[in-house]
Design a protein around this ligand. Sequence first.
Ligand code: NAD
Length: 407
Amino acid sequence: MARAQFEQALPHADVSQMVAERLNFPERAVIVAVPLRRDDGTIQIFAGYRVQHSTVLGPTKGGIRYDAGVSLGECAALASWMTWKCALLRLPYGGSKGGIRCDPRALSPRELERLTRRFTSELVREIGPQTDIPAPDMATNEQTMAWMMDTYSMLVGHAVPEVVTGKPISIGGSIFRREATGAGVVMTAERACHRLGFELAERRCIVQGFGNVGGVAASELHDKGATVIAISDISGGLHAPDGLDIPDLHAYVVEHGSLAGYEHGERMTNEEILELPCDVLFVAAREDQLTGENAGRVQAKLIVEGANGPTTIEADAIFAERGIPVVPDILANAGGVTVSYFEWVQDLGRLFWDRDEIRGRLADKMIDASDRVWSVSEEKGISLRLSALVAAIREVGGALETRGIYP
Ligand code: NAD
């Protein structure tokens, strides 16, 4: 799918054959066998991967995931998407991705720590603040990054906070990193509404997913005066035509773990809330939510992808035919990697910014990238998704053309 999208975008990107061929391959792929001493004393070996797609613009950057589905091919595809996301936001990075093929729920916290530390030591020559900077992804979090940072620092002999992002603030993490993706999603939505000739405030919105991305996006919408008429999480959906009380819902989820049992609003299924009439639909839960099956029944004027890959290729074609714009994931959810970049810059400079400065800089980047994507779309008459890819390929392609091929 990553390659198919790349090939679809190439004819619009005006890059040379050399650039097209070079960017079709990741630069480096590493497979390591990671031995773990289980709590019962036995040793189990896990496969670990790290793929670095492009170093044309700078060091590579990308998440580390712990999941039974992790493979070399999956990491390669995700690494190339990270290249396009970073390039689109004009961050001085290429993309990477890695992880360990394991069932993280079957491992104790001590086992996860030993696995993370050994994996980091296996990768000590591959990662580094000037070469490849990991971040959290599926089933990894701030604590995982703290273990990676500590292990790397022990091996090189001094503290290196800038080797990972998404760390706890106490060891060099950035203020606003947690909120960055959800806030960025709403910034790109605001820009899209503006382009379409209406304002996001006072509009009726639906948010699928109430976690890190969807939960923050819902709060941002609420703060801006938009009406969130429906939300959902893994336990199902909630609908209130006059608007849901988002702060109250957050307090409820903190106490009860999910939306299940919340007393206000009408209960609905996850599928049903996607099809309610609204102005803006935010899909911020997971992949493959808008499909060839339900896309024809979606009644939104605009769709914004907070999650990665929530719209299938079939659904994309239906939305194009119906004239419903889709703000694509590589633009809409790029706020997270953008504030990760700010975290790295702050760590390198040993100088930390306040919340307003970070938020302001994030808004500048999200608006600039949005405007470039909308301009390509208008100029070429192609979808926002293809336009985002074209804008990104042009950034990397231009730099590669200028640098040339060594030797
Ligand atoms: P999360 O685990 O914090 O939240 C996911 C939310 O979706 C939860 O509320 C969960 O209950 C809900 N959910 C799961 N399945 C659902 C379903 N079928 N229908 C409705 N809701 C469902 O995860 P997150 O960090 O918010 O990530 C969400 C998406 O955003 C993922 O695709 C992720 O890759 C992407 N993303 C996250 C970040 C980030 O910084 N967290 C950055 C870029 C992209």
